[in-house]
Design a protein around this ligand. Structure first.
Ligand SMILES: Cc1cc2nc3c(=O)[nH]c(=O)nc-3n(C[C@H](O)[C@H](O)[C@H](O)COP(=O)(O)OP(=O)(O)OC[C@H]3O[C@@H](n4cnc5c(N)ncnc54)[C@H](O)[C@@H]3O)c2cc1C
Ligand code: FES
Length: 343
């Protein structure tokens, strides 16, 4: 049932058209795989689909919450995208979708004080993990929740009714603010600062298109929110990373990569131009990975000896990089020997 790469077929139980360019897929997890598909609010699945004879992997966050009976992802069209359009146009009830188990670190901080508000900023499809987070926080704690939700227009709002219903069910605990670009332009930093100033000791969660995230991140810093309380989930890679080529000069001196995984150290021979993840795979290891674009953090490991350079990093923060963490899917070794430890 589950293939060698860890993908399990999940039957599409229902397709829900949310807006003209977004669709939710309710997925049935087969009984024997139920444990592998338990998830925390804010996590995502990796799906693998074949489109026109090519296989593609993409990450989609759960828009459902763990307290709900059904597991659901929600996919918004990317105008020129392969998989998002295919799922919007072709996914049908009864079909099977191959998915790898939930991953991700965009989750509620364990033991967050109940008097710290949760303040969420969502742009467009960024509402998917945020929906899961706020539904969970409202159900499992006494925390107040604020949601700033930006969209181009009223028609493009996903979960408009579900959010209004949540606000009614939790009077005084969910403050919902919609922003429509149509009404006066894109979100400004001052609107974000004003919104966060209405909260108490907030944990902030941010997900949306890159320019929206940049505006929110800067505004939260300007408002004095400590970085440790700002949680970011990036759906898109900030820049197309340069391809890894066989003649990548920096990797010329590397001969050996030591890899600690599952309490075992493996010595891998290094092939010029390969990433640490590719090296681990070539050595026959089942190293964790998901998006393979530097966005999700699933492949993170720590370089404890030697050096490596990341081609792209949209998942680790500066402190983690300082401590030696790397995204192995994006890392080229740059010293003769490199020792990598998976947690
Ligand atoms: C952790 C995580 C969670 C996510 N959760 C969700 C979610 O809940 N809902 C959701 O809708 N999306 C989510 N995404 C985004 C999703 O994984 C896909 O990236 C998105 O659906 C676009 O995929 P696609 O195949 O349609 O587009 P792609 O075919 O990957 O194309 C994406 C864009 O890149 C451009 N592009 C492609 N190739 C090139 C190239 N060589 N040069 C220049 N431009 C290029 C395309 O024109 C297009 O605009 C998530 C992403 C991550 C990392
Ligand atoms: S697999 Fe997602 S960042 Fe490496």
């Amino acid at each position: 049932m589950t293939d060698a790469d860890g993908f399990t077929p999940l039957r599409i139980k229902r397709v829900v058209r949310e807006t003209s360019d977004a669709v939710s897929l309710v997925l049935d997890v087969p009984g024997p795989s139920e444990n592998r598909f338990h998830y925390q609010a804010g996590q995502f699945l990796t799906v693998r689909v074949d489109v026109d004879g090519s296989s593609h992997r993409r990450c989609y966050s759960m828009s459902s919450a763990p307290i709900e009976a059904e597991l659901r992802i929600t996919v918004k069209r990317d105008s020129a995208g392969v998989v998002s359009n295919w799922l919007n146009d072709s996914a049908a009830a009864g079909d099977e979708l191959l998915a790898a188990p939930p991953e991700g670190r965009f989750v509620l901080t364990p033991g967050a004080p109940t008097d710290a508000d949760l303040v969420a900023f969502a742009g467009g499809s960024g509402i998917t993990p945020i929906m899961s987070l706020i539904r969970t926080a409202l159900a499992d704690s006494e925390r107040r929740v604020q949601l700033f939700y930006a969209n181009r227009s009223r028609e493009s709002v996903i979960f408009s009714e579900a959010l209004a219903k949540l606000a009614t069910e939790h009077p005084g605990r969910l403050l919902l603010r919609h922003h429509f670009d149509d009404d006066g332009g894109v979100v400004t930093g001052s609107a974000i600062e004003a919104f966060v100033s209405e909260s108490r000791g907030a944990d902030c969660y941010v997900c949306g298109p890159a320019p929206f995230m940049d505006t929110v991140e800067s505004a939260l810093a300007a408002a004095g929110v400590p970085k440790s309380r700002v949680h970011l989930e990036r759906f898109t890679v900030s820049a197309v990373p340069p391809g890894v080529t066989d003649d990548e000069p920096e990797t010329a001196s590397t001969e050996q990569v030591l890899i600690d995984l599952d309490r075992k150290t493996t010595t891998a021979t290094y092939r010029r131009g390969e990433t640490l993840l590719q090296t681990a795979r070539m050595a026959g290891l089942r190293a964790p990975a998901s998006c393979e674009t530097g966005s999700c953090g699933t492949c993170m490991a720590r370089v404890v000896a030697g050096t490596a350079r990341m081609l792209n990093n949209d998942a680790l923060d500066d402190d983690e990089v300082e401590e030696g963490w790397v995204l192995t899917c994006q890392s080229l070794p740059t010293s003769r020997t490199v020792h990598v430890v998976y947690d």
